[in-house]
Design a protein around this ligand. Structure first.
Ligand SMILES: C[S@@+](CC[C@H](N)C(=O)[O-])C[C@H]1O[C@@H](n2cnc3c(N)ncnc32)[C@H](O)[C@@H]1O
Length: 247
């Protein structure tokens, strides 16, 4: 999926603004950091500002081009984390905000992170947890059903126990793991929900003959739950994990 970086930086900037809290979990001794799914590079730059050497990688060409424009002195590489050739043990920390839920093959991802980390290195990540955007997804699914279509979520939203089990099976020791609700203000007034759906459910909308009609119906359906007088509030849930490589 490609990203519209203008929309991302101006309307969905909450993603990296919330992600700033994750920076507090970077170990003080972090030195060489891989930022997986760096997007437009905002958090990558903040990692660099802490004195770390950091490489930002992202599979989206648009995102990498914008990151390079935003932060020309930093190292950004385009590619899918699962298939990139990265040196074994190249990093002491792998950092990632709002990315892992997009990745289907979580076993391969855990192996890849383990491979690029030095023994004793840290994984610091946050992404969608079990129950994330349930209300929006159910409403979207109901709208597709009316059109005779089935919504299949592309996302991996695990429980804390499912994700920590996966990491433990891949030679990580869990330092901290938590899931929490984070109702999220969507910018743009009444258009905020449709702007968000157009970015995050882009693949499903692209398959519809009349996406505008679905968006109109979705707003009607979600109004009572998620419209808060002058803005939409998305029903986000996050999982935040710090884990240490113990191989
Ligand atoms: C919501 S954005 C988050 C960007 C950034 N981390 C931030 O906090 O602003 C998710 C990013 O993950 C990237 N991404 C998704 N799957 C990926 C993969 N397999 N390898 C690398 N990047 C990926 C997307 O291209 C997108 O830029």
């Amino acid at each position: 999926m490609e990203w519209n970086t203008e929309t991302y930086d101006h309307k969905h900037d909450f993603v990296f603004k919330y992600g700033e809290k994750l920076l507090d979990y970077l170990p003080a001794h972090s030195n060489k950091v891989l930022d997986v799914g760096c997007g437009t590079g905002e958090l990558t730059a903040q990692i660099a500002a802490k004195g770390c050497e950091v490489k930002g990688i992202d599979q989206s060409n648009n995102m990498i081009q914008k990151a390079r424009l935003n932060f020309p002195k930093l190292d950004f590489v385009q590619g899918d984390i699962l298939n990139m050739s990265l040196e074994k043990g190249e990093f002491d920390t792998v950092f990632s905000n709002a990315v892992f839920h997009w990745i289907k093959d979580q076993q391969k991802l855990a192996e890849k992170i383990q491979q690029v980390l030095q023994p004793g290195g840290y994984l610091i990540c946050e992404f969608g947890a079990q129950g994330n955007i349930n209300i929006i997804s159910q409403a979207f699914s109901a709208e597709l059903k009316l059109l005779g279509k089935t919504y299949r979520s592309p996302f991996y939203f695990p429980s804390v126990s499912a994700y920590t089990t996966l990491l433990s099976q891949n030679n990580f020791e869990i330092v901290t793991a938590d899931a929490f609700s984070r109702p999220t203000f969507l910018k743009g007034g009444y258009s905020g929900l449709r702007n968000w759906v157009q970015q995050f459910f882009a693949a499903d909308l692209a398959k519809l003959d009349d996406a505008t009609m679905v968006l109109d119906h979705l707003e009607e359906r979600l109004k009572s739950d998620l419209w808060k007088e002058d803005h939409w509030e998305a029903d986000y849930r996050r999982i935040r994990v710090v884990a240490k490589s113990v191989r």
